[in-house]
Design a binder for this molecule. Structure first.
Ligand code: CO
Length: 185
């Protein structure tokens, strides 16, 4: 891991700010996004995460590492019928352009590298989304379609760019409220 980021916690008001659009995609911005990606992969390596005492994450947004700009990364591996599928997004200026009415939620709730105290409850998200963004890997503007867990992680990270944390979306009075028709995963 080339760069060791310090994660901004939810006790820091900077995490609540709305992040700025990136108007010029410079080589420095590209390197920064790739460094966030490297950090995420390192966090999933048990030896590295133990050595540096960092928590495992599947997504990271720029404000979580102290930059008020609209960039995020998502990385995880999932088992599918066809084998291991790697989900790897490195996005600049992501914008949700389409979202399903159908909702999805994690039965164990969500977690966040910036939140040290677990907040119990269901976070309902759109089950399918389309995101328009500049893809750092292809260096092109693209439209990404995501469903289920991938859609949850992307929505969680895009929320960070607007200063929103997952527990803001938990029903305070009834954290485990059951919504009909929502997909539980
Ligand atoms: Co988070």
């Amino acid at each position: 891991m080339k760069k060791f980021f310090k994660i901004v916690k939810d006790t820091n008001p900077e995490l609540r700010a709305k992040c700025k659009e990136i108007t010029e995609i410079t080589p420095e911005i590209i390197s920064f996004v790739n460094e966030m990606h490297d950090y995420l992969i390192a966090s999933q390596d048990e030896k590295i995460s133990q050595k540096y005492n960092i928590r495992e994450g599947v997504g990271l947004a720029a404000p979580q590492v102290g930059r008020n700009i609209r960039a995020l990364v998502v990385y995880f591996e999932e088992q599918t019928d066809e084998g291991v599928h790697i989900v790897d997004h490195r996005l600049i200026n992501p914008k949700i352009i389409l979202e399903s009415v159908k909702e999805v939620y994690l039965s164990g709730g969500e977690g966040c590298l910036s939140v040290d105290v677990h907040h119990e409850g269901y976070v309902y998200r759109h089950n399918k989304i389309q995101v328009k963004a500049f893809n750092v890997q292809t260096q092109k503007e693209e439209i990404i379609t995501a469903r289920g867990y991938e859609a949850i992680v992307l929505q969680h990270e895009i929320d960070h760019l607007d200063g929103i944390l997952y527990y803001d979306r938990i029903d305070k009075k009834n954290p485990f409220v059951q919504k009909e028709d929502a997909i539980r995963i």
